[in-house]
Design a protein around this ligand. Structure first.
Ligand SMILES: Cc1ncc(COP(=O)(O)O)c(C=O)c1O
Length: 437
């Protein structure tokens, strides 16, 4: 493997590559599969829960129509799967029309296509701070400015979004869309409050922007009340999709290996997205569309989602209990009511990125917070995943992690004592994760 820094084709690469960086979790994957490591780093659903027998059954059903499964398909996707998506969206309270649904190769491709369709170099996107690293990655290819809007326990703060837009307008910066993960956000696990969903839509209307609502986790709720999607709020007044572009996926309610998601949007936007997708991959796999179709038609998919939720809830509880049991008082974290992640805030002087090698040497891994910000920040944060690891291991993992954190904190106390400088650290702490212990 050539060293990336000494890449001899540097002079040939496109400028856009300079702004692109590999996601920390993707880079970590090889290390994390090392035996003995407790990885709270991935964002993996527990695919073991699906079972071989159920998989064999749906494969068998698809084999009956092998010619179509092995063929190219329409760019917008097969009609049958769109009916399934309408059903899935209805189960979450959004009334979608089949004609407004467009199939993508995972929601990740939806993010890329929305970037492709809307972003010119120098345009801006308003994102939560922190936000999904994969979205930053997808947008980076189009070289936008990322304007992070602070969050608290109720999600992105609308007044701050408004202020950011006002400033951008004053500076002549063109903001194209607001990107939000409203439910059990990756990475914080925080959910956008219902009133804020309405406010964000009002703000988007005021500034004539798109809202990109990325909702992979909405169905993975195991506590509290389900909230209306921004897409459904828009429908109350607009009668159908207008400025809300909604991304859905089968990755978390079925399995990520099928790489299948969708965009729900108005026809003009879908037309542009269609052209963008033709250039990217012509169409998503017929094979996996048909697998999903036969599974969702013949099996009780909601029962499967409920089973997943029971597993994740137990693991979420194990993680929150272990955090309360082992972490020093100075450490804080979020209490998600669903999804896959908890966001941890360390004392401001602890750098989660530089601590990671030590954590891995103690057989525990997490994702440092830095990767969830485009322009620096998040250093004293980490994302922990609870969906993939069994409760006992989660408990042990958090115990190990707390030891690594204490070690860092003690190192700092020793240094302070040594220097007798009495210097005080009072850097501002992120709004997310502090108040909840
Ligand atoms: C917020 C968010 N959006 C999109 C994706 C990508 O999902 P998919 O597997 O459908 O491409 C993920 C994956 O973890 C995610 O967390």
């Amino acid at each position: 493997m050539p060293l990336v820094d000494l890449d001899r084709f540097d002079f040939l690469y496109a400028n856009r590559v300079k702004g692109m960086k590999s996601a920390a979790t993707r880079d970590l994957m090889a290390t994390l599969s090392r035996p003995g490591i407790i990885s709270l780093a991935g964002g993996f659903p527990d695919t073991k829960a699906f079972g071989e027998e159920a998989f064999r059954e749906i494969s068998h059903l698809v084999a009956a129509d092998s010619a179509q499964a092995l063929q190219y398909g329409p760019t917008a996707g097969l009609e049958g799967i769109k009916d399934i998506i309408v059903e899935v969206m209805a189960a979450e309270g959004t009334l979608a029309g089949q004609e407004d649904v467009f199939i993508t190769t995972g929601a990740q491709q939806g993010l890329d296509l929305v970037g492709k369709v809307f972003l010119d170099e120098g345009d801006a996107v308003l994102c939560e701070g922190p936000t999904y690293a994969g979205a930053l990655n997808a947008f980076a290819a189009y070289r936008p400015r990322i304007l992070h809007v602070p969050m608290d326990r109720a999600g992105m703060i609308p007044a701050a979004a408004h202020e950011s837009l006002r400033k951008a307008r004053k500076q002549g910066i063109r903001v194209k869309f607001i990107y939000t993960v409203p439910n059990f956000q990756n990475p914080t696990g925080v959910t956008l409050a219902a009133q804020r969903r309405r406010e964000l839509l009002d703000i988007a209307r005021e500034y004539d922007l798109i809202i990109l609502e990325d909702n992979p986790y909405g169905m993975l709720r195991f506590g509290g009340e389900a909230l209306p999607s921004i897409a459904s709020i828009e429908q109350e007044t607009a009668g159908g999709p207008d400025r809300v572009v909604y991304l859905g996926t089968f990755s978390k309610i079925f399995a990520p290996g099928v790489r299948l998601g969708w965009v729900h949007a108005q026809p003009g936007i879908l037309h542009k997205i269609n052209i963008g997708k033709q250039g990217a991959d012509l169409c998503s796999s017929n094979l996996t569309q048909m697998m999903i179709q036969s599974y969702f038609r013949h099996a009780d998919w909601q029962a499967y989602v409920n089973r997943l939720m029971a597993i994740y809830k137990e693991r979420r509880d194990a993680m929150l209990d272990a955090l309360a049991e082992f972490m020093p008082n100075e450490v804080h974290w979020t209490h998600p009511e669903g999804g896959l992640f908890v966001w941890v805030t360390l004392p401001s002087y602890v750098d989660a990125t530089s601590m990671l090698p030590r954590a891995i040497s103690r057989n525990i891994a997490y994702v440092p917070g830095e990767g969830f910000y485009a322009n620096g920040g998040g250093k004293n944060h980490m994302r922990l995943n609870f969906s993939f690891v069994e409760p006992k291991k989660i408990r042990r993992g958090i115990e190990l992690l707390s030891e690594v954190i204490r070690e860092r904190m003690e190192l700092r106390s020793d240094l302070e004592r040594g220097s007798r400088s009495g210097s005080q650290h009072s850097s501002p702490r992120s709004a997310v994760g502090n108040p909840e212990r």
